[in-house]
Design a protein around this ligand. Structure first.
Ligand code: 4AD
Ligand code: MG
Length: 461
């Protein structure tokens, strides 16, 4: 079989030749003694028209096919300079691989994304999701390419962990204990020594703490894998299972980290514009008008960089516009993040040096003792896409901070050890992979960039 991608990319090789192509029917138009099938095989963001006629024994079966039936077509690839498509296949033989019943729910018309969300097993057959999931795949590749070209080592950090990397208590527990009949110790507490691992374990919220240990051996590392958060945020940007890209770099401070983030995002944009032009054109036309122009502009201009204190001063001037009023010390909400990047700076913005109270325990304390060397990267349409920091590299300060926050020292011994054995300035960040896909496609709901979304009260398939 020849794929539609091969046909479009190497047309000279196949024109006026007999070839076989397999695909799924997008539409059928039949008249008395000839008809047209449009098929898609998923390899390329184009469909292929098939012309067939009643010289075929199964002419009437073909004419009765429903949308999404699967066929293998043999015929001659013929140039059609007058038509919308550059060529079509004049079929000599069509084998019906699998019929589709007439109740196939995605007939040829536009469906809302909400409706398509109710059938995650069929939506990848639509144009929108063909574009989204190919671009998602290309972005993943671009990310690996970016880091591999810079000699970063890809570390597979574990999914099951026994420490809370963010210290935020948003973990899904993993257990082999019988929840209806929990073993108790003599104080009446759950006895986790009876559990599979002999202790309480959870799904990871971030690979950061594990990957940091590898940064102290390999210098430049990254992890890229699924992460899990049991946070009760039913929004368009939060999922319970999402993917995160987490580089960690030895000898790098906060400025180096922002430079790395900015280069990575620009690299991804350029790579996708170059390698998925048809899909990007589709998003620009049907999902988010102005997307292409915006992305090209972002790829060629500098991101803004402001401190939390400066950002708060700016936001306070616009407090009348917010549901949640801003004051120094508050965590920035999505409405504030979007206002900063969409209205005030009108481009991606790094916000740095947040109050330590609203950030994680591992971030490096600044000289003012009030703020930490954190950075969030905010982008229009989404808000926070990247969160990271320089790490606390002093054993004393780190262990004191952990004590203040009530973290158990024995759970984090591997982590504090790094500050005993050759500590060094180092920094890292997490890119929310789905938010990155949303940013590049203009899709506004995280449920539409995850093949099988897991969000609050939603775990289909
Ligand atoms: O800001 P977060 O929580 O940072 C960390 O987990 C750090 N350990 C990363 C690091 O420094 N290595 O998460 C990082 C990013 C956020 O900026 C956001 O883009 C995304 O992960 N994110 C989510 N994406 C989808 N659904 C959720 N529930 C998310 N929570 C965070
Ligand atoms: Mg964050």
């Amino acid at each position: 079989l020849v794929s539609i991608s091969d046909i479009f990319r190497n047309r000279e090789k196949y024109l006026e030749k007999e070839i076989s192509v397999g695909g799924w029917v997008r539409s059928v138009r039949a008249s008395k003694n000839f008809g047209f099938l449009v098929i898609s095989d998923g390899t390329y963001f184009e469909t292929l028209q098939i012309v067939y006629n009643d010289s075929m024994a199964n002419f009437s079966e073909i004419s009765k096919l429903n949308v999404s039936a699967c066929v293998i077509v043999k015929g001659v690839l013929t140039a059609t300079p007058q038509a919308k498509q550059p060529f079509e296949i004049q079929a000599t033989d069509i084998v019906i691989e699998g019929e589709s019943t007439s109740d196939y729910p995605l007939q040829k018309k536009r469906h809302t994304l909400e409706y398509l969300r109710t059938m995650t097993h069929l939506r990848p057959r639509t144009n929108t999701f063909q574009a989204v999931f190919r671009v998602r795949s290309i972005i993943a590749y671009a990310i690996h390419k970016f880091f591999q070209e810079r000699d970063f080592v890809y570390v597979h950090t574990p999914i099951i962990t026994s420490s809370d990397a963010e210290g935020a208590g948003e973990m899904f527990q993993v257990t082999t204990l019988d929840l209806e009949n929990l073993p108790k110790d003599k104080d009446g507490k759950v006895d986790y020594s009876k559990d599979f691992f002999g202790k309480k374990t959870s799904l990871t919220v971030s690979g950061q703490l594990n990957v940091e240990t590898y940064a102290m051996a390999f210098n430049n590392v990254y992890t890229f894998g699924p992460t899990f958060r049991a946070e009760n945020s039913n929004t368009t940007r939060h999922a319970a299972e999402f993917w995160m890209v987490e580089p960690e770099v030895a000898f790098a401070d906060l400025t180096d980290l922002m430079n790395l983030t900015e280069s990575m995002l620009k690299y991804i944009i350029n790579y996708v514009l170059e390698n998925a032009p048809k899909e990007m054109e589709f998003f620009n036309q049907f999902i988010d008008k102005g997307l292409l122009e915006r992305l090209k502009h972002v790829a060629s201009s500098e991101f803004a960089r402001v401190t939390y204190t400066e950002a708060v001063e700016e936001l306070i001037k616009h407090n009348d516009k917010f549901d949640y009023k801003v004051s120094w010390g508050c965590d920035l909400q999505t409405e504030h993040e979007r206002y900063l990047t969409e209205e005030i700076y009108k481009r991606p913005v790094f916000v740095t040096n947040y109050p330590k109270e609203i950030k994680a325990f591992y971030m490096k304390l600044n000289d003012d003792k009030k703020t930490v060397a954190a950075m969030d990267c905010l982008v229009p349409g989404i808000g926070e896409i990247v969160g990271g920091s320089q790490r606390e590299d002093s054993y004393e300060i780190l262990t004191n901070r952990m004590k203040e926050l009530g973290l158990k020292a024995e759970d984090y011994e591997f982590y504090t050890d790094l500050r005993k054995y050759g500590t060094v300035t180092h920094s890292g960040y997490g890119l929310g992979f789905e938010r990155c896909v949303m940013y590049l496609t203009g899709i506004s709901n995280i449920r539409d960039v995850l093949p099988f979304p897991r969000t609050v009260k939603n775990c289909e398939l």
